[in-house]
Unconditional design. Structure first.
Lengths: 398, 558
């Protein structure tokens, strides 16, 4: 069970204000004016302040920081962002376009100053390359770099080539990361490798931090939830530091287990389960553990933040969590629609936590016991297999 | 003659390179190359077949859900089961809503800037723009002069900042931009509105599917969202959003395409970007509950050589894939292989010493699919033409009404402009059908509340699922042995459209459509982007489906 790693020291308000003064001066006149954006969408000052309170609390900052969060949000739309598409499906970009809570996050995200973003930018080919080079040169050390997708490393990286010079994804990512203030690994692929890194990983796909040997802030999920990116960007702007991390992920977003915030939790505790899709339990919203829910092994805030302007989230739609913010979930949590205990031998090339899966198996006395033992053992396995999972991974200056 | 590389092709999904040979300003030859490989089919082997739908959905996050749908049908086909009516309708609703949302995003956010000059909009007269909007719609979407003035001011402030973000280095002022400033302002204004409207589609998918992108409600045998299907408020939420999307299509998307079409009609009449003129649709949206899905909302069919007078029935055994010009190897590369039998080994031959693709050798991660030996275009235009030629009344009315409005003959459809218009008409065709499906769903849930059929997983089975993604015909083939996936194959829309040459050297549809395109300025590949974007490329879909290694397996041809 991960501890909640609070920041080593709370940022002091004068420091934060001084920092924001500097950022505002540096990026004056760039990008979009947030107030104008809010007005143009008919979002009132009042709604904006409510959102500010929500984000301040979400980032574990005291209410006295609300004013600073509002200022940081305004700066966020002016900071240059380079968004690289690597080995990916563009689902995370789509998520940025659509998914956030409660509306202001997505507005900020949509209007981050995307100086290079292949999915939305007007130019192509050499002109697009120019946009990239211009940003990397003129904002060296100041731009945020978001990487979407894993990086293929087999065959000298040639499973992915980009740009008029046919540069490999590996080389481009290395070059762009070198000049970035901070590199954010967005989604499961950039954070942990994604489906292409599942066994037998034919292209040698690696997450960004492994392929480049750098520290990234990982915002996993398939796709990730936009609010988690915006909160992280705000934290960076406010403090200039990487937020406290659990397993490389911002602790404020990824330190609660899906199972512990689940609206169906009472049914788990009462032993009321969906036994088969569409049965009486499914009609009544019973617990999905027996049809494969991986909520007990998954740390994310889907239940609280929800998806698509809080329209729903997978557990509400009657399908179990598939664990998409966890390392190697395609292998370790398969089959996705069966409890881990029953799936111990499903894939011959399981890696990582197969030991724990077997261990869960022997506790198969009753479903409830399995579930409870499941978390404990899974947590222990994570602890053993991933050094640093429980600790802070450092507040490196960003 | 000059060879030109355009890489990255932006405003698409994935990594696509186009190279063209220019004679002066005219494209005389073209090569289309997929530049990224993932190998998901290899990864699927030995997994539980019921994990394939969730995993294959990750093939693409832009056309999210469609691989999920195709894969579920494929596994169900292998098991010989058919889902209950409510599940079928929910799937149609999700697929249809996704199509409407995806087409809106494509027109405004991915393709729009090929037709619309944002900088020109700064010179528009908002009052005139309002009048213009009323010429193409009785009640145009958000188009009063005051609002358009505010949009113009916002664009002006943005341009004045000198930091244009994604709009920097665009081809603004290129003579191939032909819309008047007022039209540019109106469509730019709808570009911003569409950012909000498309979210409604995401919300419908979330209500029925948990989240979007990458929904999580389909299961082999049915759907999981039964609790929401029984909740009148949630059904109301779906219906409201579907209607609103339809309204945007009628009041913004269709009129904007008509407006652009009226200005760019000459391009369409000249047949710029037409390509081979062969069209293929697998058909989709089952309306009956029999195993072979006999009754479809979107009909299947094949049209050859632009002949709308004759539609052939699609025969899945006539599909084959070539690798003569792809980074794979076959024993005999002069032959194509049916996807259910085809396996390829990687044979990466790299770019040439100057960084160009080796056009006479291998040059893409995409295979070259052919139907009965012919290259085929798939996608909205293909589906609309097949439905039109088959006499589907709604499509007849939409197409004939549009042609009358533009005063153009049907041949205008065989072009880049026709592809863009066909997509808009299809959006309305589907958007008009969606509310009726909600009604059908409510009725079915009342008399038959089943959302799932139980089954037992056999040790050995083969099956396939055919559907239509926003970008065109999509097929998944699955073989199960020992209760696990022994072989998995997909043939996807962008492979049909963006694939390279075949053994005979016949160009793929993208390549063929570029031949003859004139560039106003050879340094600005605007017209090339316009034609390529009219297909709505999705390279992630097209590429990683190809097999990476392994022995050749035989699957019964289905």
């Amino acid at each position: 069970m991960p501890k909640c790693p609070h920041p080593r020291r709370a940022p002091s308000p004068p420091d934060v204000e001084r920092r924001l003064d500097g950022l505002e001066a540096r990026f004056q006149g760039r990008g979009h004016d947030l107030e104008e954006l809010l007005a143009s969408r008919g979002i009132s000052r009042r709604s904006f302040l409510k959102w500010t309170s929500m984000m301040t609390a979400a980032l574990w900052l005291p209410p006295s920081f609300e004013r600073s969060v509002a200022r940081a949000a305004a700066v966020a739309t002016r900071v240059p962002v380079v968004w690289l598409h690597l080995q990916e499906c563009t689902g995370c970009t789509e998520s940025a376009l659509r998914t956030a809570y409660p509306g202001i996050s997505e507005l900020i995200l949509e209007y981050l100053s995307f100086d290079y973003h292949e999915t939305i930018m007007a130019p192509a080919g050499e002109a697009a390359e120019k946009s990239l080079e211009d940003t990397v040169e003129s904002h060296r050390g100041a731009y945020l770099c978001v990487m979407e997708g894993s990086i293929p490393t087999a065959m000298d990286g040639k499973f992915l080539r980009l740009g008029p010079k046919g540069e490999t994804g590996l080389s481009l990512a290395r070059r762009v990361a070198a000049g970035a203030k901070v590199v954010i690994a967005i989604g499961h692929c950039a954070s942990y490798g994604g489906p292409q890194a599942a066994a037998p990983n034919p292209t040698g796909a690696k997450p960004v931090h492994e392929a480049l040997g750098i520290q990234t802030i990982r915002i996993p999920g398939c796709p990730y939830n936009a609010v988690n990116l915006v909160g992280t960007v705000l934290h960076l702007l406010l403090t200039g530091e990487v937020p406290a991390l659990v397993d490389g992920r911002p602790a404020w977003a990824y330190s609660k287990r899906i199972h512990d915030t689940c609206p169906r939790r009472a049914h788990f505790d009462a032993g009321e389960f969906v036994e088969q899709w569409g049965d009486e339990g499914a009609r009544k919203g019973f617990c999905l553990y027996k049809v494969g829910c991986k909520g007990p092994y998954t740390w994310n805030n889907c239940n609280e933040m929800q998806w698509n302007q809080a329209a729903s989230f997978p557990i509400r739609a009657g399908h179990g969590c598939i664990g998409c913010s966890e390392d190697a979930f395609w292998d370790d949590m398969a089959p996705l629609e069966k409890p881990l205990a029953e799936g111990a031998v499903a894939i011959p090339f399981l890696k990582g936590v197969e030991g724990s899966v077997d261990t869960v198996g022997w506790t198969l006395i009753g479903a409830t016991a399995v579930g409870i033992a499941g978390h404990a053992v899974y947590s222990a396995a994570r602890k053993g297999s991933k050094p640093g999972h429980d600790g802070e991974e450092g507040n490196h200056g960003a | 003659m000059a060879r030109k590389i355009i890489d990255p092709i932006t405003r698409i999904e994935g990594h696509l390179r186009i190279e063209v040979e220019l004679d002066g300003n005219r494209v005389v030859d073209a090569w289309s190359s997929g530049m990224m490989f993932r190998g998901i089919e290899t990864i699927l082997r030995d997994r539980d077949p019921r994990d394939a739908p969730l995993m294959t959905q990750r093939i693409c996050g832009v056309c999210t859900h469609v691989h999920y749908d195709a894969s579920i049908w494929a596994v169900e086909n292998a098991l010989g089961i058919t889902p209950p009516p409510a599940a079928r309708i929910v799937r149609n609703l999700i697929l249809g809503t996704q199509l409407v949302q995806d087409h809106i995003i494509h027109f405004y956010h991915l393709h729009g800037l090929d037709w619309v000059d944002i900088v020109s909009a700064l010179g528009a007269d908002p009052k005139k723009a309002q009048d213009l909007a009323h010429r193409f719609a009785d009640d145009p979407w958000n188009a009063d002069a005051k609002h358009l003035e505010a949009v113009k001011n916002r664009l002006a402030a943005f341009a004045k900042s000198g930091q244009l973000g994604p709009f920097a280095n665009g081809y603004w002022g290129n003579p191939s931009y032909k819309l008047p400033p007022e039209a540019n302002l109106l469509i730019a204004s709808h570009y911003l509105d569409a950012l909000d409207v498309q979210r409604l589609g995401g919300q419908v998918l979330a209500i029925l599917g948990g989240k979007e992108p990458h929904t999580q409600t389909l299961v082999v045998g049915g759907v999981t969202c039964v609790e929401d299907l029984l909740n009148p408020k949630r059904i109301g939420d779906v219906l409201f959003r579907i209607r609103k999307l339809g309204e945007f299509v009628r009041r913004a998307y269709i009129p904007d395409v008509l407006l652009a079409g009226s200005v760019y009609a000459a391009e369409g009449l000249q047949g710029i970007g037409a390509g081979h003129g062969n069209y293929l649709a697998y058909g989709a949206y089952p309306l009956s509950d029999d195993l072979d899905r006999g009754k479809l909302f979107m009909p299947q069919g094949v049209i050859l050589g632009k002949d709308l007078g004759r539609v052939y029935d699609f025969d899945p055994t006539k599909v084959s894939e070539y690798v003569t010009h792809s980074w794979y190897t076959y024993g005999d590369e002069s032959q194509g292989i049916h996807p259910s039998k085809g396996v390829t080994q990687v044979n990466y031959t790299d770019l040439d010493a100057d960084g160009y693709v080796r056009g006479d050798g291998k040059y893409s991660w995409l295979k070259a699919p052919r139907y009965d030996g012919q290259p085929m275009e798939v996608g909205p235009l293909a589906r609309v033409l097949v439905a039109y030629a088959r006499g589907v009344p709604e499509v007849r009315a939409l197409v004939d009404g549009t042609l009358k409005r533009l005063g153009a003959p049907a041949t205008v459809l065989f072009s880049t402009l026709g592809r863009t218009a066909g997509r808009a008409l299809e959006t309305q065709w589907v958007a008009d059908a969606l509310p009726g499906w909600v009604e059908e769903l409510v009725r079915v849930m009342k008399v038959d509340g089943r959302t799932f059929v139980p089954y037992t997983l056999p040790d050995e089975a083969v099956g396939f699922g055919l559907t239509e993604a926003p970008r065109g015909a999509l097929g998944h083939w699955v073989e199960v042995r020992g209760g696990r996936i022994a072989n998995y194959q997909c043939v996807v829309p962008t492979t049909w459209n963006a694939g390279p040459r075949d053994a005979k050297g016949v160009r793929g549809p993208y390549e063929q459509s570029l031949v003859g395109v004139e560039l106003a300025d050879p340094e600005q590949p605007l017209e090339i982007l316009r034609t390529i974007h009219s297909f709505d490329p999705c390279i992630a879909c097209a590429v990683h489906l190809l097999r990476h290694d392994g022995p050749s397996r035989t699957v019964r041809v289905l």
